[in-house]
Design a binder for this molecule. Structure first.
Ligand SMILES: Cc1cc2nc3c(=O)[nH]c(=O)nc-3n(C[C@H](O)[C@H](O)[C@H](O)COP(=O)(O)OP(=O)(O)OC[C@H]3O[C@@H](n4cnc5c(N)ncnc54)[C@H](O)[C@@H]3O)c2cc1C
Length: 416
């Protein structure tokens, strides 16, 4: 029986492992950390007494690969699709509005889909500039910063999609994401939420499926070295060496900063920016499940049960900067309290129980430099394949890209 070694039990590695076991290979799944899921994991937090996700993830109905994966492993029941409506709150002015993409390709330009004060002509001009952006352009370079839709649309959109500010983020990556979602109208823009955490939809069911096929991830087992110049002949882990026979394959589903020491000759994107998530316990908050926030440090609020979670992407380039835990919570809590008050919710007198998580290098470098250095799935060694959101999927660092990369690496490995 052919043997596959898959390194990394994030989404890309889980997908690759599942596809390879389903095709009849014996799969060894090696994971460096104590838990599967990688950058998309749920856990029970002692301070809050609730299951939380390491970071809020926005999945849209356009993300067919992610939804197909949830379906395939029996996790789709843990997901809930909501109407295509994105409420906004401007903390500076107190203004509130809801962006509702219309139906069909022009739906993104309909009056309900535009921020207040932004005309269809201005938005169409920006879209045209994005569509025709030259390779290597940043979002700000392509659109010209400061148009009418800048502060209420392009700046928050770039931070949300690319985890980068528009001065540095790659225009082509933003275009790829928008062409798959907003450009297809309301049907592609329905938010898909996981009321019990994304682990219950995308990770735990996968572990159950793999276990049923005899594949248990080996945790705390980082791959340390690959042996063999022409083909990989052995994989060295923390605890020993796995020898590979001709026909056996290796899939490395690792982020670039962990891949680089194993493949020092390969050009890879560097690490990108941090994402900060602050989770607050706020019973009676009155907030919608997702709220876009402008005019402060907070960018998005996700409300799940009585937990309100704040997302700050490209945190280094936000008012949070490199602030530590206490300072960040002190900055974010008044903004959450203001949002709760604006929605008629119950505002606690003092900051409630809170958890701050800063994911460093939450995504790969999504500047034009990073975007030009994406590799894979094939490598110079015919039995070595790459998966992961950083590989050349054409999409930004997303769950969708991770799933597609895992499928693609498995297909390439099976064809080897
Ligand atoms: C806070 C946050 C918010 C995000 N928000 C969104 C969002 O809203 N929408 C969206 O689509 N995406 C979002 N993303 C991105 C998304 O989470 C990632 O694109 C996706 O999870 C990447 O999966 P992956 O399998 O490629 O990599 P990872 O999830 O990083 O998996 C790699 C795995 O490899 C393991 N590993 C590392 N080194 C070794 C080694 N030497 N040997 C063995 N194992 C190793 C790691 O421990 C990890 O488990 C977000 C990410 C973060 C961090």
């Amino acid at each position: 029986m052919r043997h596959a070694v898959v390194a990394g039990a994030g989404l890309a590695g889980l997908v690759a492992a599942e596809r390879l076991t389903a095709a009849g290979l014996r799969v060894t799944l090696l994971e460096a950390s104590p838990k599967a899921g990688g950058r998309c994991r749920s856990y029970r937090d002692d301070r809050l007494g609730r299951v939380i996700d390491n970071g809020n993830h926005l999945i849209l109905s356009a993300n067919r690969a992610v939804l197909g994966w949830a379906d395939r492993i029996g996790g789709a029941g843990a997901l809930k699709t909501r109407p295509a409506a994105f409420p906004f709150l401007d903390l500076a002015s107190g203004a509130r509005w809801t962006v509702r993409p219309g139906r069909g390709p022009l739906g993104a330009l309909m009056p309900g889909a535009r921020p207040p004060g932004v005309g269809a002509g201005a938005l169409a001009r920006d879209v045209a500039r994005l569509l025709t952006a030259r390779r290597g352009a940043t979002v700000a370079g392509a659109l010209g910063a400061g148009g009418p839709a800048w502060a209420a649309f392009w700046d928050p959109m770039t931070r949300a999609v690319l985890n980068e500010d528009p001065e540095a983020g790659d225009a082509g990556l933003l275009r790829a994401a928008l062409l798959r979602s907003f450009a297809r109208g309301a049907g592609a823009c329905r938010p898909v939420l996981a009321p019990g955490g994304l682990g219950a939809a995308l990770v735990e069911p996968a572990l159950a499926v793999l276990a049923a096929q005899g594949c248990l991830p080996q945790l705390r087992q980082p791959v340390r070295t690959l042996h063999g110049a022409e083909r990989v002949t052995a994989v060295e882990t923390r605890d020993g060496r796995i020898d590979l026979a001709p026909g056996d394959v290796v899939v490395l589903a690792l982020p670039p900063q962990h891949l680089a020491p194993l493949l020092p000759d390969l050009a890879l994107p560097g690490p990108g920016r941090s994402i900060v998530n602050a989770h607050f316990l706020v019973p009676g908050h009155g907030l919608p499940p997702i709220l876009a926030v402008l005019g402060g440090a907070a960018q998005w609020l996700f409300a799940r049960g009585d937990v309100v979670s704040v997302t700050v992407s490209a945190a280094e380039r936000s008012p949070l900067g490199e602030a530590g835990r206490a300072e960040s919570l002190d900055l974010l809590w008044p903004e959450v309290a203001a949002a709760v008050a604006a929605h008629g919710g119950r505002v606690p007198e003092a900051m409630p129980a809170a958890r701050l998580l800063r994911e460093r290098a939450a995504t790969f470098d999504q500047s034009p430099v990073g975007a030009a250095r994406r590799a894979g799935p094939r490598t110079a060694r015919p039995n070595l394949f790459l998966a992961g959101d950083h590989t050349a999927t054409g999409l930004p660092a997303t769950l969708e890209g991770a799933v597609l990369s895992g499928e693609r690496a498995a297909r390439a490995a099976l064809a080897a």
